[in-house]
Design a protein around this ligand. Structure first.
Ligand SMILES: NC(=O)c1ccc[n+]([C@@H]2O[C@H](COP(=O)([O-])OP(=O)(O)OC[C@H]3O[C@@H](n4cnc5c(N)ncnc54)[C@H](O)[C@@H]3O)[C@@H](O)[C@H]2O)c1
Length: 304
């Protein structure tokens, strides 16, 4: 089976380039694609010499330029949710056409699409939410999350063979690591002796998080097993309040301080997302937040 991974130079993709092949059956071939819009050429350092990488922009390339595959893991997108209100047009004109191209590609090759959506489509919810949450109760709070929802709708309307994966906020080290998201940003701030900038009122509020390790195992689980398609799965290691993340960081760097700050994005309000539907297929989320934070801080230990 040929498997295409788009957005391969990114935080998640650069981890998959190194870790996915060892978790799936040997006869699978992996193909990676990115346009380097995030300029992460560093994601290409020290790759296995068999890695097949294509520099292509999904919003402008021809379908015929993309290698033929039977499964697509579609990660390519502009991703800094906090900036998506300011750069709304750039987000809409990149992410939607890229996903439309991938939909056409999957139709042409009859490929299975694994789409990286986000738990941010739920927005603030007073109770636990799962995949049965009705469309009218989804409350995306940023253009980034709104686009994810539009893409989910397009995919379910146009494709017969797809899985929407609503991913929790990623943590963990990769060659293409981004520091926009909570855990990694706090690790960087702690490593550079800056106070952790915690959004006011977010300290006790729980949100869904996902380790790169668990995500890679979850994707391998989907590829290795015939699981139910044409559906949505929440993929998250656990729901944590920010104070748990701070506690882990403080355990490693005792000098860490925090500073409460304002922020325009409201999707940081508390919500707990259930991963039971995916676990009911026989999958266990295994990652430990402390261990991943320790590993990231270890990588940053000489920065000061
Ligand atoms: N990181 C998270 O916390 C998180 C959480 C939920 C969902 N997701 C989703 O997972 C996917 C990957 O996230 P990430 O953290 O690795 O993001 P990232 O920003 O690190 O990587 C995205 C990659 O996509 C590439 N790209 C953007 N537009 C492209 C285009 N038109 N053609 C080809 N390549 C293009 C970029 O150059 C970049 O390397 C995204 O769709 C994101 O929305 C991420």
């Amino acid at each position: 089976m040929n498997i295409l991974i788009t957005g391969a130079a990114g935080h998640i993709g650069s981890y998959l380039m190194r870790e996915l092949s060892s978790k799936i059956k040997k006869k699978n071939n992996l193909f990676f694609l990115d346009n380097f819009s995030s300029n992460k050429y560093n994601s290409l350092f020290n790759l296995n010499k068999k890695t097949k990488f294509f520099e292509l922009d999904l919003s402008t390339c021809k379908l015929s330029e993309i290698p033929k595959c039977e499964i697509v893991i579609h990660l390519a997108a502009k991703t800094d949710a906090a900036q998506s209100s300011k750069y709304k047009k750039e987000f809409y004109t990149n992410n939607l056409p890229a996903t439309k191209k991938i939909i056409s590609y999957c139709k042409k090759h009859n490929a299975l699409l694994l789409f990286a959506s986000s738990t941010s489509v739920y927005g603030p919810q007073s109770n636990w939410v799962d995949e049965n949450c009705s469309k009218k109760d989804l409350k995306p709070q940023s253009p980034y999350a709104d686009i994810k929802l539009k893409e989910e709708k397009l995919i379910s309307k146009k494709l017969k063979n797809f899985i929407v994966l609503r991913l929790g906020t990623i943590y963990g080290f990769s060659e293409g690591i981004r520091f926009h998201t909570a855990v990694n940003k706090f690790c960087y701030q702690s490593a550079t002796d800056q106070p952790l900038s915690i959004w006011k009122s977010a300290y006790n509020q729980r949100r869904p998080y996902l380790s790169l390790f668990d995500l890679t195992r979850a994707l391998a689980f989907i590829i290795n097993n015939k699981i139910k398609t044409n559906t949505i799965y929440n993929i998250l290691s656990n729901n944590y309040p920010v104070k748990d993340i701070v506690k882990c960081i403080k355990k490693i760097n005792k000098k860490t301080k925090i500073k409460k700050v304002d922020h325009e994005i409201m999707n940081q309000l508390s919500y707990n997302v259930s991963n039971k539907k995916f676990c009911s297929l026989g999958f266990n989320f295994k990652s430990k937040l402390y261990k991943d934070i320790k590993f990231t801080l270890e990588k940053l230990k000489n920065i000061n």
